[in-house]
Design a protein around this ligand. Structure first.
Ligand code: PA5
Length: 424
């Protein structure tokens, strides 16, 4: 289990000049003394996560599996993206599981909300409302609708048994609300912020309810934490990636394009965008994290990458072993002239598309390409990847002299919206 990092097509520079800075930041992360150090809990979480809480997650997940047809996951940002990323990466976009998982609380879109409520109306429903602050408007709005829906459908007492609130252990409206109503509650650790929280109860409950092995996920995370223990830039791939981002930025790049070749990785890219965008886009600094899914987006964004303004570099997030595969069949008439692919597996064709694109983008268009390779789509790989990216993100953002764990800019739209809506 690992993430391989290949820098050959990113100029393969000598990174040793950054060793002293990396060591200094590494020590701050390890001793939890850097800026925003109150939120460095993720760095040791795979070793010291709360096992009692973990077992409570498993028990609640079992109840949901036994009793529900639909689990509504009500949350936004870090209280939503990691869960969806894990579900899609590990189970694919058309999973065969019994439990339908519906996401709410992640938008004000009226059509989305009404359609989602309509989809669940005749089903046996459980709700997991997730908010660390307990005050997020999108989530609180959807939760009121869900609560009223459950109460109308099942009555007040039964509705209470179908709601699980994942929130701060003491603060926030949701905590007070949950205690008053007597909902089952799960806790988000004080020292882990939203976008670093997928490996806490935030992600673990819905992920376990979907039938995914959360022990394996935490095992993968632990392995990544162990692999990232050393500050040695020769061996710590997360730190190599962190430094390379800053180097490419220095060379004039302002956009990092995360590229995947698997449709089930699209939400991983959304999760990654939040992690890096919200962590480093401050004080007029930071790379803009963008993403594409090839070959799909080669037919849209591929043109810009090949011939547009040279503002970006690519980070390929590849997965060695496909979840499923098949061999392309022979056709006796060959009217579509596709017999040149007969006998090849679909994944061989995908690999050829990746190699051909790498030559086009790197060799021919001069775009630096870092290549990250995961072993497979397993829960263990997801856990490894999440912890590895947390580590890389912490290092890379600290290198900018920015606090990776706050998001002051997010408050600005809220302030204006509340004024417009007459909130006092
Ligand atoms: O990373 C973060 O802290 C944010 O993106 C939050 O996850 C997001 O705003 C949702 O917040 P909350 O869980 O408090 O509802």
């Amino acid at each position: 289990m690992s993430i391989k990092l290949d820098l050959t097509t990113a100029g393969n520079p000598d990174l040793s000049g950054y060793q002293a800075l990396v060591t200094q930041i590494h020590q701050k992360i390890q001793s939890k003394t850097g800026t925003g150090s109150d939120y460095l809990g993720w760095s040791t979480w795979p070793f010291d996560y709360d096992k009692t809480e973990f077992n409570k997650v498993k028990a609640l997940a079992k109840t949901i599996q036994e009793k529900a047809e639909v689990l509504v996951v009500c949350g936004i940002g870090g209280s939503y993206l990691g869960t969806r990323a894990a579900l899609e990466m590990i189970q694919g976009l058309y999973p065969s599981r019994k439990l339908d998982i519906v996401f709410l609380g992640n938008t004000f879109s009226s059509t989305y909300i009404v359609q989602a409520l309509d989809r669940i109306k005749d089903k046996n429903v459980y709700v997991n409302v997730i908010s660390k602050s307990g005050t997020t408007t999108e989530t609180a709005m959807a939760f009121r609708l869900l609560k009223q829906f459950l109460e109308t459908k099942y009555g007040k007492e039964e509705a209470k048994k179908r709601i699980i609130a994942t929130t701060d252990k003491a603060r926030g409206t949701l905590k007070t609300f949950a205690d008053k109503e007597g909902y089952a509650t799960l806790t988000i650790p004080d020292d882990i912020g939203g976008r670093y929280s997928v490996l806490t109860s935030v992600g673990l409950l819905p992920i376990a309810a979907a039938g995914i092995d959360i022990d394996a996920m935490m095992e993968g995370a632990k392995q990544a934490a162990n692999d990232c223990m050393s500050d040695d830039l020769e061996t710590n791939t997360a730190y190599q990636y962190a430094v390379m981002r800053r180097l490419l930025e220095k060379e004039g790049k302002s956009v990092e394009l995360l590229v995947s070749y698997e449709s089930q990785m699209a939400m991983v890219a959304e999760w990654w965008k939040q992690l890096f965008g919200e962590s480093e886009g401050k004080e007029n600094k930071g790379l803009f994290p963008a993403s594409v899914n090839f070959s799909t987006d080669l037919h849209s964004m591929g043109q810009f990458v090949q011939e547009g303004k040279k503002i970006l570099f690519e980070t390929l997030l590849l997965v060695k072993k496909p979840m499923l595969d098949m061999t392309f069949p022979e056709d006796i008439d060959n009217l579509d002239s596709m017999n040149y692919l007969s006998g090849k597996t679909l994944s061989e064709v995908n690999l050829a598309a990746m190699k051909g694109t790498l030559i086009a983008h790197h060799d021919e268009a001069g775009i630096p390409n870092m290549i990250l390779t995961l072993d497979d789509f397993s829960a263990k790989s997801f856990g490894y990847m999440a912890q590895w990216f947390f580590t890389a993100c912490g290092m890379s953002v600290y290198m900018l002299n920015v606090n990776p764990f706050n998001q002051p800019g997010v408050e600005v739209y809220k302030k204006n919206m509340f004024k417009l809506l007459g909130k006092i």
